[in-house]
Structure formats: C-alpha cells, structure tokens
Design a protein around this ligand. Structure first.
Ligand SMILES: Cc1ncc(COP(=O)(O)O)c(C=O)c1O
Length: 342
C-alpha cells in the first residue's frame, strides 16, 4: 500500500480476549433461530451445485426489480471485486472516509484509484463537486461506514453522468428505519447498488450479498464471477431474508438500533465527546484527542472499539463505536478512562 492507511484492517482484528465487542458492526451475535433452521434444513442438498435462481427472484421481488437486475454475490465484498475487475479500468474514485474494501479491491486489480475525501468540518456531507468530473467509476457508502452519515438520494443522483457508474454501498441501509434515501428500488442508468445480509442477520461467515443494477452491468459482473461462488446455504438465506416477515423483523431491529443510538449519542455528548455529523447508522464516529490511548485503556477495562486511523481521511483522534443495547456500563467506563487519559 502506498500510504499510511491499512485498508485491509477491519474491526474483527480488534475483538477477542473476552472484550465486549463494539468494534465490529455485525449487529446480532448469532443468526436468528428461524434462519438457523432454514440453513440447517438445506444441508442435505449440499451434494448438488448451488442454484441461485430462487434467490435472484426473491431479491428482485423484495426490491420491486426485475430478476435481470439482480446478481447474488458472496457478500458485498465479492461485488466490489467484480466491479473493480469489470469497470475499474477507466478512472475510479472512492469517496472517503468509507469502508476500505472497494479501494482495496481496485488496488488488488491493479486499477488506478483516486480519493475524494469528505471533511469533518462539513460533517462528512457529500458534495458531488468533490468527485472529479472524469471519474468513470465512483464508490460511495450510504449510510457511510464509519461516519454514519446518510446521504440524500438526490445528492447521489447528482453524481450520475453519461459514461460513469456510481456504486452505492447500501450494506447498512436496512439498519435505517424505512430505508430512506435508498436507490435500490429503481433501475437508474449508471447506478449500481450493493447490499449485504451480513450485518442485520449475523451471517458474516456465510457470505451473502447482492448487486442491483441495469441488466447489462449485471451481465458484465456475472461473466467475471467464479462459478457457484454463492453457496446453497447463502442462497437459502437470501430467500429467507427477503420474505416480508424477515423485512418486518429487520425494520423492528432498525427501530431499536435507532433508539439505542440516541441513548449512546446523548451519553457521549454528556461526557463532552465530539460525535461526528448526524449519525443514522448503527454505529457512531467520535473524535477524541489522543483516541488511541483511550482505545487501549478501554481494552483494559473490557471494551473493544474500532480504531479510526485506518480510514483514509481520518487519523489517530477518531474511533468508531457500534450501537448496542444497554451501553450504560460502556459509558461509565469511557467516563473513567477519559478522566484518566486527560
Ligand atoms: C459498509 C460496508 N460494506 C460492505 C461490507 C462487507 O459486507 P459483506 O460481509 O457482505 O462482504 C462491510 C463490512 O464491514 C461494510 O462495513
């Protein structure tokens, strides 16, 4: 890597040792029972190669799209790799700070990458003018990890222009009640939406995500996708998690995450901690001078939070904290640590 950011660092490297995990953004500690049962029930079918047709149709129906608009993938991460390989040749721009895998995928594919870095002083709000006019492939997160900012759909649409693909990573949009500002439900020229089932359903180990795009884009990506890369259990999860009853459960989870986030943000502000932007996702980004010392001290008292300095555009004063229920103990611990580190 040619700069100081470790793009391959993820929150899972910061957990373990019995710490309370506020570093990883997977929202539940295990998949719900109904999903585990469906996964267990498909094990007898593993002798056959996977068939993603039912998953493709279920995802299309869930978003009001045509099956031709859908490509199931082995997580959102595979989608980034396919996009980098298929479309990264022209001039890719990654809007940072954001999840680092899209840039890592572009670099791994040997693609030239430029960064459009949003500023803390602007509350990490997207300004379409920050993206160079000649960018042919643009990656932006909505809501964005780690800033928690939700960009208006109208602003994202202003990024579109002939000859450009705008990739909107909506891996966390099902964690925002009502999925506002989503571009998933419409076939828009030049817009690619990436989704993940990892976070809401606690299935990071399963690898389940998908792309929604115009059929010609889907076909280019499919041509690069390794055969059978979406396993039978992942395809089963895609069908199960697209059902109205699952969507209602996701909506309820999103509502409780929103309430928990409000408690967390109020508690952080009461401690004098600077919370970035207007958080809308189930994590918050905070700026604390000397955050690295605070992070290490929190580990000593049992809490893992995500370092911010591996995200382009951030530095050693930033931390990301996952929203969980009942964070009173964490807020108490943080108060003690802040007093000690002051
Ligand atoms: C914003 C964002 N997009 C995508 C992913 C990857 O999702 P998946 O597990 O579906 O590959 C992550 C994982 O942390 C993420 O934070």
């Amino acid at each position: 890597m040619d700069d100081q950011y470790d793009l391959l660092h993820h929150g899972d490297r910061e957990v373990g040792d019995g710490l309370v995990d506020l570093a990883v953004n997977v929202r539940v500690p295990a998949p719900p029972d109904w999903l585990r049962h469906e996964l267990a029930a498909c094990l007898g079918e593993l002798a056959a190669y996977p068939d993603v047709r039912a998953a493709t149709e279920a995802i299309a129906a869930r978003h009001g799209r045509e099956p031709a608009d859908v490509l199931p993938t082995a997580g959102a991460a595979e989608a980034f790799t396919l996009l980098a390989g298929a479309f990264g040749g022209g001039g890719a721009v990654v809007v940072h700070p954001q999840f680092t895998e899209p840039e890592a995928a572009l670099r791994a594919a040997g693609r030239p990458v430029r960064r459009a870095v949003l500023r803390a002083a602007d509350d990490f709000v997207l300004d379409p003018a920050a993206v160079p006019a000649d960018a042919e492939l643009v990656f932006v997160g909505n809501p964005t990890n780690p800033t928690s900012v939700l960009h208006p759909a109208a602003t994202l649409r202003r990024l579109c222009r002939p000859g450009r693909l705008v990739v909107v990573d909506e891996a966390f949009l099902d964690a925002v009640p009502g999925e506002p500002e989503s571009l998933a439900g419409q076939r828009l020229p030049g817009v690619v939406v990436v989704r993940s089932l990892t976070k809401t359903w606690g299935i990071a180990g399963l690898r389940a995500g998908y792309v929604l795009a115009e059929p010609a884009v889907v076909e280019r990506l499919r041509a690069l996708q390794p055969p059978w890369s979406v396993s039978t259990p992942a395809a089963v999860a895609m069908v199960a998690c697209s059902r109205p009853v699952a969507l209602a459960e996701a909506e309820a989870l999103a509502g409780s995450a929103e309430r928990d986030r409000e408690v967390l943000v109020a508690g952080l502000r009461a401690l004098g901690v600077d919370v970035a932007g207007t958080p809308r996702a189930p994590f918050v980004l905070v700026r604390i001078p000397g955050a690295d010392r605070v992070r290490l001290a929190l580990r000593e008292v049992g809490y893992a939070v995500r370092r911010g300095d591996t995200f382009p555009g951030l530095g050693p004063d930033w931390l990301r904290i996952a929203v969980r229920a009942e964070l009173d103990g964490f807020l108490d611990a943080l108060g003690t640590v802040l007093a000690r580190c002051a």
